[in-house]
Design a protein around this ligand. Structure first.
Ligand code: NA7
Length: 548
């Protein structure tokens, strides 16, 4: 039962309460690994339950061809350990998945994290126990585990979704979802391959698969605005230079609104002459990473004319790069502007449509009607394939929470609490879900995710440390604090062009029941503002949290 006022009630240590652990962390990805490390450093008994057979989260599951960072490698890695920074060499500006998975294994080994992680352990239920102020976590295998605190480290893009198309199980060839890619080698060599989906994942996979497949047929519903990634190798000397600049790199990320190395240009689009504008965009188009998305003119995401102008610039690039004008037009989005959905970064994506073995099929007018034993059927054609790749994305942000039966005080389900959209306190706590902390859940700063993760882990660790040091066994966000933050997040979305577009960022997923309506699941403000809010909360002794 929730106490009705802040009290100073002290209880004995957790061992005396009979709980299995002080904290249970769900997930051993970038956030779960660091959370385990931090809480263990604080002397806690921690257990991590991880669904996969290895560490890495996103970088464990997404092993599809072509998978790699869109953030500069050296801005993405952990910053909290000098040893890691000293010992790890990135070999490419945008690390490929195998290297990133190796990196996270290196971290896990270095700090002996595996001993507190149970693999192949899917959490099915997490129930708050009112009487003992603890969490009971039930795994798929029926085993139950208890802890004072529960930390969800389950990622915003970790619940893969298949399209709702009839006959999907009848296909007799190979079929893979990019987010559930098998560990064994998958060869496309000489095969007739279909890829469904052209988001950030599809764009990477398609470009790679086109290199070896006998034929590749891309089924595109809505095209996305893409820009060149401009990846390249990092030489030993360059890595030494990067290492020498780590402090500056992380400081820059800390000051930037999106935690990337790129910061917006403080001019408005039409403050400069057309000539200057085009030269600026050209330079951005040719720059590595997200420069053009998060480093553009400051009004690009709020002024429709400005956004139309940059979109027209990028459309011209597509026309220049794709030989067949009809195909080029199909690849140019006409329902949203540049940057209003996640911008896929590509390495020769548009040029693959000039290859004889690649065909683009727009399914906007002629949707896929059925997956058959031998391929699939659209409104006007029958196709035969050896392999179908589903690059159809995730039930984003709240989806990974929906897949666990999470119940707070009095048995309230999280799903029910969030049925009209998430409500959180600084994206970390949910009122009436005491002692539960979310890392990169809804309403937190995301951007260059590991930067946000590190901050969240440290904030949560400090908050738990504060409770423990003061003998509290209960912490719940106040209703007022949750309302205030939720209102702030919603207000921050006003005026953004991206708020008017269907995408995973606005919570719309036609493949998931009940997710056809836009919600505000993301915090769209700047990361420094977010951190200031959280820092103030901590500095003032957590007034937004009822403690007992
Ligand atoms: P996204 O960005 O959600 O893309 C999913 C793609 O799959 C997108 O092109 C969808 O078309 C398409 N899709 C989804 N359902 C269907 C059906 N039923 N038929 C045809 N096409 C479909 O997921 P990603 O995995 O690419 O990227 C997610 C994030 O992960 C990414 O932003 C990075 O941050 C990492 P639609 O656009 O809905 O018309």
């Amino acid at each position: 039962m929730a106490p009705d006022s802040i009290t100073q009630e002290r209880t004995e240590g957790d061992t005396a309460t009979g709980l299995d652990y002080d904290s249970i962390v769900i997930g051993a990805g970038i956030s779960g690994l660091y959370q385990l490390y931090r809480l263990r450093q604080q002397g806690q008994r921690v257990k991590v339950f991880e669904m996969g057979t290895g560490v890495g989260g996103t970088w464990y599951w997404n092993r599809y061809p072509g998978c790699r960072f869109d953030s500069e490698s050296y801005s993405y890695g952990y910053s909290w350990s000098q040893e890691i920074l000293d010992e790890w060499d990135w070999t490419e500006h945008f690390s490929p998945q195998p290297e990133t998975e190796k990196y996270l294994n290196f971290v896990a080994d270095k700090f002996d994290l595996r001993k507190d992680i149970q693999f192949s352990a899917r959490v099915a239920k997490a129930y708050y126990q009112d009487d003992s102020r603890s969490w009971k976590v039930t795994l798929d295998d029926g085993t139950e585990h208890t802890s004072r605190f529960l930390v969800t480290a389950i990622g915003p893009l970790s619940a893969p979704v298949f399209p709702r198309i009839e006959g999907r199980d009848s296909f007799k060839g190979e079929a893979y979802h990019t987010g559930l890619w098998p560990k064994h080698e998958v060869s496309c060599e000489g095969k007739r391959v279909a890829v469904i989906g052209t988001g950030a994942t599809g764009v990477q996979a398609i470009t790679e698969i086109a290199k070896t497949a006998k034929t590749l047929t891309v089924f595109q519903r809505r095209p996305n605005w893409c820009k060149p990634l401009m990846n390249r190798k990092i030489s030993k000397q360059e890595m030494a230079d990067i290492r020498a600049q780590y402090d500056e790199i992380f400081q820059k990320c800390k000051e930037s609104a999106t935690c990337f190395l790129h910061t917006p240009d403080l001019r408005n689009t039409f403050d400069v002459s057309e000539e200057e504008r085009l030269a600026f965009w050209q330079q951005q188009y040719d720059s590595p990473g997200f420069a053009m998305w998060v480093g553009n003119f400051r009004d690009m995401m709020t002024n429709r004319d400005a956004n139309d102008a940059v979109s027209a610039f990028v459309a011209e690039k597509i026309r220049e790069r794709v030989n067949d004008p009809t195909v080029a037009e199909l690849l140019i989005p006409d329902d949203h502007g540049f940057g209003t959905r996640r911008v896929p970064q590509e390495s020769g994506y548009f040029e693959i449509y000039n290859q004889d073995n690649v065909e683009l099929v727009s399914i906007l007018k002629t949707p896929i009607e059925e997956i058959t034993e031998t391929g699939l059927r659209t409104g006007d054609r029958e196709f035969e394939f050896d392999m179908i790749v589903y690059a159809t994305g995730f039930d984003a942000i709240t989806g990974s929470f929906d897949r666990i039966d999470i119940r707070g005080a009095g048995g309230q389900t999280l799903k029910d609490k969030w049925k009209a959209g998430p409500k959180t306190f600084v994206g970390v706590m949910v009122q009436n879900f005491p002692n539960m902390y979310m890392l990169v859940g809804p309403h937190t700063a995301l951007g260059n995710i590991p930067r946000s993760i590190e901050y969240a882990v440290e904030w949560v660790s400090d908050a738990i440390g504060h409770l423990t040091a003061n003998g509290y066994t209960y912490a719940d966000a106040t209703q007022a604090a949750e309302d205030e933050w939720t209102k702030f997040v919603i207000k921050g979305n006003e005026g953004l062009l991206s708020a008017d577009v269907d995408s995973w960022m606005t919570g719309v997923n036609q493949n998931v029941e009940g997710k056809q309506v836009r919600i505000i699941a993301r915090y769209s403000g700047s990361a420094p503002v977010f951190r200031e809010w959280c820092d103030t909360e901590a500095a003032n002794g957590y007034p937004g949290i009822t403690k007992a």
